[in-house]
Design a protein around this ligand. Structure first.
Ligand SMILES: [Zn+2]
Length: 208
């Protein structure tokens, strides 16, 4: 329900990046600011109107409250969510592209040819040390899900969640209790790993 955003780089598969430059700090992450951001996103959708014919009206009003009302009405049964790094930054996980705090700005110690190289399969085959060092730093277990992750689980428990797409690799959706079969971890996940040669699958426990 937060933001999506394409990432067309030829990175191996581990990338929860966003094109946004900042994310709210925990104290800014109030319902008010979420509501404001939501309205901003909804307004931008309105600009996409392609025909003069009015589409069937689904929301009573195009606002955060309008969506809440629609969900509560019982007419809304198959919710699809799309989330990115923004839902995990308040858990303490860095996003990828925020200047200063983003991951790509803090990789100097690995002495890479470029920041993205740490996720490129060609570079990994040459030198896997930086990737595994970073993986250990970001390893799931030291981070707790945020209210947004628990909201996804709530949608599932209320039988409203059809699918949860995420760009994040931190597994916090799983930790919060969203079942694997509802999840599409589009940029990969720490939950499983595969041998780059024979594709043999390994568990999170094994790789740890
Ligand atoms: Zn193998």
């Amino acid at each position: 329900m937060a933001e999506g955003g394409g990432n067309s780089k030829s990175e191996a598969h581990v990338d929860g990046s966003e094109d946004h430059d900042s994310s709210p700090s925990p104290e800014e992450n109030t319902q008010d600011s979420i509501s404001q951001r939501m309205e901003h996103i909804l307004k931008s959708f309105q600009d996409f109107a392609v025909s003069d014919e009015a589409p069937p009206q689904v929301l009573e009003e195009v606002s955060f409250e309008g969506i809440v009302k629609y969900i509560k009405s019982g007419k809304c049964k198959n919710i699809i969510t799309m989330t990115g790094a923004g839902i995990s930054t308040s858990a303490g996980i860095p996003d990828f592209r925020s200047p200063g705090t983003g991951l790509y700005d803090n990789l100097q110690k690995y002495d890479l040819p470029s920041p993205q190289a740490i996720f490129e399969i060609g570079y990994f085959k040459e030198n896997p040390v930086p990737f595994f060092t970073l993986a250990r730093e970001l390893w799931p277990g030291s981070f707790k899900p945020t209210p947004c992750h628990y909201f996804l689980r709530l949608l599932h428990e209320k039988n409203l969640l059809l699918r949860a797409f995420t760009q994040n690799i931190d597994t916090l959706e799983r930790v919060a209790g969203v079942p694997e079969e509802k999840l599409v971890e589009a940029h990969g996940t720490f939950a499983t790993s595969h041998c780059v040669d024979c594709r043999q699958k390994y568990s999170q426990e094994w790789i740890k």
